[in-house]
Design a protein around this ligand. Structure first.
Ligand code: NAP
Length: 452
């Protein structure tokens, strides 16, 4: 805490002093062995430290995975429905704290309060869903070819599971990795994102209060390069589930492929929303605004490419601009705010860099494009929601994930052309279509991209 106090004094910050948060290893809340910490800063008000977290090193990850390896066999022997009960109990504890946890998430990640509360509720639902899986983990009986031979499958845990999570869904993603791993009898070590570790801490805290046995769940904060990498390389880890950028995911794939452990990678996207000529234009504009700008465009599933049939491009863009200009940008804790800040200075810089690239590539800037300044904006990483038109597939703003509130509008001659444009990226994550033509909608869903 001394480092935290010094940091606070140096900054002269005026917001309420907050507490330090420890790692959770073998059922105990413990500091990093190197004594180092890092600050979790509010991106809407950089004077505010949301909390001080442990800057753990490989030795803390080692202690956490040792604890997990030790606890896992006894946990695997607990009947699955009973393992599910810990999740049900934790869900109840979290539900009682929903308002507080939503507010904390807004302060650490920047998303609006309603989005944050919705996400906490989603994490609670995930705990409940997987709690139920304890009683539904069915196996198969397979008809045998031979007499007196009985064929069936049995579900067995893998052992120690490592989880590495991003900052943009700091509660839901840890929940949807932790809950299935735990209910199926694995022990877990989680390393949350350094930009938003508090939301995952609250999930771990609830499971601790629900009485989960010591060592079954472990939480270690610290940088990806030190703690994340140590977890990926740890000898006890039999499966690693990662959500984050393509760059880091690719590196983990290369590193872990040779070890033949289970590896789950959820990575980036450059998602299209196709709008066909028969669409309700008001509805389409709402969908585009929501998909591109809510959560400040910081969703792997955000739609960053609007692919619009030329016949309706002009009136739809008009509606899109009108709705975008009405968005209120600000601190997500304030009522009426539609879009919060970028999560940190680096993400803001990336957004602005891509806006410059878009201009240089010859795309037409229709609105936004600038960092917001003046008054409370000066304390946060606020940026205008930005729309480019005249974007073509070879442009970088049509190809690379920006992860910010930047929408590229692209024209298509017809449905087939729209599908070609939609598929002209290396990513394949999510996609949407706005149309009243059910045949087209089904063609969109079952489309098989042809590569020349
Ligand atoms: P990131 O930089 O790749 O970080 C993700 C996690 O990996 C963080 O916990 C990070 O730790 C850790 N990490 C970084 N370097 C590492 C290394 N060398 N070894 C092991 N772990 C390492 O991604 P992000 O910026 O947090 O998240 C944004 C990205 O996530 C976007 O690309 C987005 O599309 C993607 N995403 C995908 C999904 C999906 O379901 N497909 C969902 C949400 C987000 P630090 O935080 O300490 O750096």
């Amino acid at each position: 805490m001394a480092a935290f106090r010094k940091w606070r004094l140096e900054r002269g910050a005026g917001e309420p002093m907050s507490e330090g948060f420890n790692n959770y290893i073998a059922g105990e809340w413990v500091p990093a062995r190197n004594g180092k910490t890092f600050a979790n800063i509010n991106p809407a008000n950089t004077d505010e430290v949301v909390g001080l977290f442990q800057a753990s090193g490989p030795e803390d990850v080692e202690a956490a995975s040792d604890a997990a390896a030790k606890a896992q066999p006894a946990w695997a022997a607990v009947p699955a429905p009973r393992r599910g009960e810990y999740l049900f109990k934790a869900a109840e504890i979290l539900e009682g704290r929903l308002a507080k946890l939503g507010e904390e998430m807004t302060r650490e990640e920047g998303k609006t309060l309603s989005e944050a509360k919705g996400e906490v509720k989603r994490a609670i639902n995930i705990f409940r869903y997987f709690g139920g899986e304890g009683a539904r983990s069915f196996s198969y009986q397979i008809p045998s070819e031979r007499e007196n031979v009985f064929c069936y499958t049995v579900r067995k845990p893998l052992g120690v599971v490592g989880l590495v999570t991003p900052w943009n869904f700091p509660s839901a993603i840890p929940a949807w990795k932790m809950a299935p791993a735990l209910v199926t009898g694995n022990a877990v070590v989680i390393k949350p994102a350094s930009l938003a570790p508090l939301s995952a801490y609250r999930l771990v805290e609830a499971l601790h209060e629900a009485g989960i046995p010591a060592g079954v769940l472990n939480y270690v904060t610290g940088s990806g390069g030190a703690a994340g990498n140590a977890l990926a390389e740890n000898r006890h880890v039999r499966a690693l589930s990662f959500t984050g950028s393509c760059e880091v995911g690719k590196r983990l794939h290369e590193k872990l492929g040779g070890r033949r452990i289970r590896l789950q990678l959820e990575m980036g996207g450059k998602n299209p929303t196709v709008v066909l000529r028969d669409a309700d234009l008001d509805y389409a504009a709402d969908i585009l605004v929501n998909g591109a700008f809510f959560s400040t465009g910081q969703k792997c599933t955000a739609s960053s490419r609007a692919i619009i049939e030329k016949a309706i491009a002009e009136p739809l863009i008009e509606k899109l601009l009108a709705k975008t200009k009405k968005l209120k940008i600000g601190n997500g804790l304030e009522a009426g705010v539609d879009m919060g800040p970028a999560v940190d200075a680096a993400q803001l810089e990336t957004d602005l860099k891509y806006i410059e690239i878009g201009k240089q590539e010859g795309a037409r800037l229709l609105c936004g494009g600038k960092r917001l300044g003046g008054g409370a904006y000066d304390k946060g990483y606020f940026i205008e929601p930005t729309i480019f038109a005249g974007v073509t597939s070879e442009m970088r703003i049509a190809q690379e994930e920006i992860f910010g509130p930047v929408l590229a509008v692209m024209a298509a001659n017809d449905f087939e052309d729209a599908m070609l444009v939609a598929n002209s990226v290396k990513f394949g994550l999510s996609a949407s279509i706005v149309s009243k033509d059910l045949t087209r909608v089904h063609q969109f869903i079952y489309w098989i991209p042809c590569r020349a």
